[in-house]
Design a protein around this ligand. Structure first.
Ligand code: ADP
Ligand code: MG
Length: 618
């Protein structure tokens, strides 16, 4: 075929291929235009998933009558004027292609009236025919109507899914944009149903709850930090509300919904050990940075961006989210409220019980009392009603273990100055093991039910993670090398797992077509009665089944996980009082003790208030 220049319509249809993939992409472009036009109210209407009709109406600045033809022409924009502007884009649009691209694959009309104009103007475009603008009735603002999407590009039309699926995508798009712009009112009407209705000037926390679901209120932690020019505000979901899909993980950069692999990675890292690696946290992050620090011109739909300083962005997100999770107590509160009876007040989710002297109930979890005086002072300041049994217990414990610290309530606290508090071991009498699986105990606010396996697994995981941070795990030589029989697929993974073996203290090599010799094994596992042969077979099995993670850190994490799981107390193991006491003590030492490495809770909390309510005492 000879080379020829393509007709403008074909060029536009090709361009449309990049930005206009489905009704949702049309909706995205039109809403973005409305936002750029400073609208306060945006109403979206679709019929049959957007296939037959898409209408986006706004009350923004409008388009001047004499500019209507230009607005729908290719490469025409009011948002940038030269190449320099590309370096710091503050608007959502800038390519000047959306309206022209949409018009190339639909029957489109634009009715617009600038705020100070007497009347509106209207222009219609169908394929490569553009009408002359003509006066028309219309309120201030702009209404774009798109009918019969892809009527002239059947190939595209074939790729559309069911009306319901397309409508769901539109709804998702409206939600993304609404989340990023909480000050704007949004509605979405799909056929006869109004599916989204968000008021203007909504506080951003309320907007997030309105979009994600108000029932998540107690499950979302608020994050608000600014560091080195990066502002991050967000709602960080507790591990318990992690999902099977990444749908509830949303990142906005300067109001634009983006998907960025490095940010996704940072979020995943922050949740490492709190949720199963296969699940996705519920998290909404709003990042503000100087537009000059980011290039949004790398992808036609602008969903991907490039940061000037990618490492700084990754680090900022990781530390912000991780700190937010660390500060929070992630122990789920048991809510026995029967369906239908509304909760009066949010349940208090207290911090983990602490050994006296290492921090106190009611104090921020990070508080530490470095001198006995501070510790005693703290109690003296407490309202007597608040002290409850804690106070008497402390007194008793002090009388036993450090009588010199015991002072009269009215006496001056000097007596206690500079004396270190000895750790007071909580008596094990208020602890019960149930069905050899759960431990029931109390803290200052109520009742704790602990899954012994999950908690021990978490404790061991933290110990392992800590140890591996300092170097390879300790290894123990076997007196007699152990031989394990494996199958051909499993043996394929021996080389790949080699570096991991070294890190966890295992020395093994192939000694026959289907057998492996183990010369040394991890001391940690040895001490806890885990047998080398079955452990290594399990590891190879898992590698053969699921593959080895490309990310060496993640692969290591998975193996540590497995080690912790195998070495942990099992559900069904009868524990002695000492073992229970030790486990509870470890619980206090371990960060993130609220969840096992897979993200399941280790502990449930039932508050006294809730109990009283259930017994009809309040
Ligand atoms: P871009 O948004 O990249 O500039 P578009 O093709 O989406 O390109 O829009 C072209 C121009 O039309 C915009 O630059 C803007 O001036 C005008 N325009 C489009 N939609 C609206 C709207 N809803 N309100 C006011 N002006 C609009
Ligand atoms: Mg645009």
């Amino acid at each position: 075929m000879p080379i020829r220049r393509l007709a403008p319509l074909v060029v536009n249809q090709i361009a449309a291929g990049e930005v206009v993939a489905r009704p949702a992409s049309v909706v995205k472009e039109l809403i973005e235009n409305a936002i750029d036009a400073e609208a306060m109210q945006i109403d979206v209407e679709i019929e049959n998933g957007g296939r037959d009709l898409i209408r986006v109406a706004d009350d923004g600045v409008g388009i001047r009558f004499d500019e209507l033809s230009l607005a729908v022409a290719t490469h025409s924009t009011s948002k940038i004027s030269d190449a320099e502007d590309l370096a710091a884009i503050a608007s959502l649009g800038f390519r000047g292609e959306a309206l022209a691209s949409i018009a190339a694959v639909s029957r489109m009309s634009v009715v617009s009236r600038p705020r100070d104009a007497e009347g509106a103007g209207r222009i219609d475009v169908e394929g490569d025919r553009t009408s002359e603008p003509r006066p028309a009735p219309g309120p201030p603002g702009t209404t774009v109507t798109v009918r019969n999407l892809f009527f002239n590009t059947p190939a595209r039309r074939k790729f559309l899914r069911s009306d319901q699926t397309e409508a769901a995508r539109v709804s998702e798009t409206v939600q993304h944009l609404a989340l990023g712009h909480p000050y704007i009112a949004f509605t979405l009407t799909s056929g006869a149903r109004r599916t989204i209705d968000l008021p203007p000037r909504q506080e951003r926390r309320l907007r997030v709850l309105a979009v994600l679901g108000g029932e998540l209120d107690d499950e979302l932690l608020e994050l608000d930090v600014t560091q080195r020019g990066i502002g991050i505000w967000g709602m960080v979901g507790k591990p318990a509300i992690a999902r099977g899909t990444a749908k509830h993980q949303q990142v906005f950069l300067n109001g634009r919904f983006i998907s960025d692999r490095s940010i996704t990675h940072a979020i995943k890292e922050a949740y490492r050990g709190l949720i199963d690696p296969g699940r996705h946290p519920t998290i909404v992050l709003f990042i503000q940075i100087d537009p000059g620090q980011v290039d949004v011109n790398v992808h036609p739909t602008k969903a991907e961006v490039r940061f000037r300083n990618q490492a700084a962005m990754h680090g900022a997100i990781l530390s912000a989210v991780r700190d937010c999770l660390r500060r929070a107590d992630l122990t789920p509160a048991l809510d026995l409220t029967s369906v239908g009876s509304p909760r009066e007040a949010p349940l208090i989710i207290p911090g983990p019980p602490r050994a006296f002297g290492s921090g106190l109930a009611g104090a921020p979890p990070s508080a530490s009392y470095d001198s006995a005086r501070q510790f005693v002072e703290y109690f003296r300041r407490l309202d007597p009603k608040q002290k409850g049994f804690v106070y008497s217990e402390v007194k008793e414990a002090l009388a036993e273990q450090a009588p010199e610290l015991l002072i009269d309530d009215d006496a001056k606290p000097q007596a206690a100055q500079d004396v270190e508090v000895l750790p007071v071991i909580r008596p094990v009498t208020d602890v019960l093991q149930i069905h050899s699986s759960f431990i029931v105990t109390q803290d200052e606010e109520g009742l704790l039910i602990i899954d012994q396996h999950a908690l021990h697994e978490r404790v061991l995981f933290e110990q392992l993670a800590d140890a591996i941070g300092k170097g390879n795990l300790e290894s123990q030589r076997l007196l007699m090398p152990e031989t394990v029989d494996v199958d051909a697929t499993q043996i394929e993974f021996l080389d790949e797992l080699g570096p991991l073996f070294v890190r966890i203290g295992i020395e093994a090599q192939q000694i026959g077509p289907a057998s492996i010799g183990i010369n040394a094994f991890s001391s940690f596992l040895f001490e806890r009665g885990v047998e080398p042969g079955p452990f290594i077979r399990d590891l190879l099995d898992r590698a053969a089944r699921e593959g080895v993670n490309d990310d060496p850190e993640a692969a290591l994490h998975e193996v540590l996980d497995m080690m912790a799981c195998k070495a942990a107390i099992k559900s069904g193991d009868k524990l002695t009082a000492e073992e229970i006491a030790e486990l509870l003590q470890q619980r206090e030492k371990v960060e993130r003790s609220s969840n096992c490495p897979h993200g399941r809770p280790t502990t449930l909390h039932l508050s006294i208030q809730e109990l009283e309510k259930q017994f009809g005492r309040r």
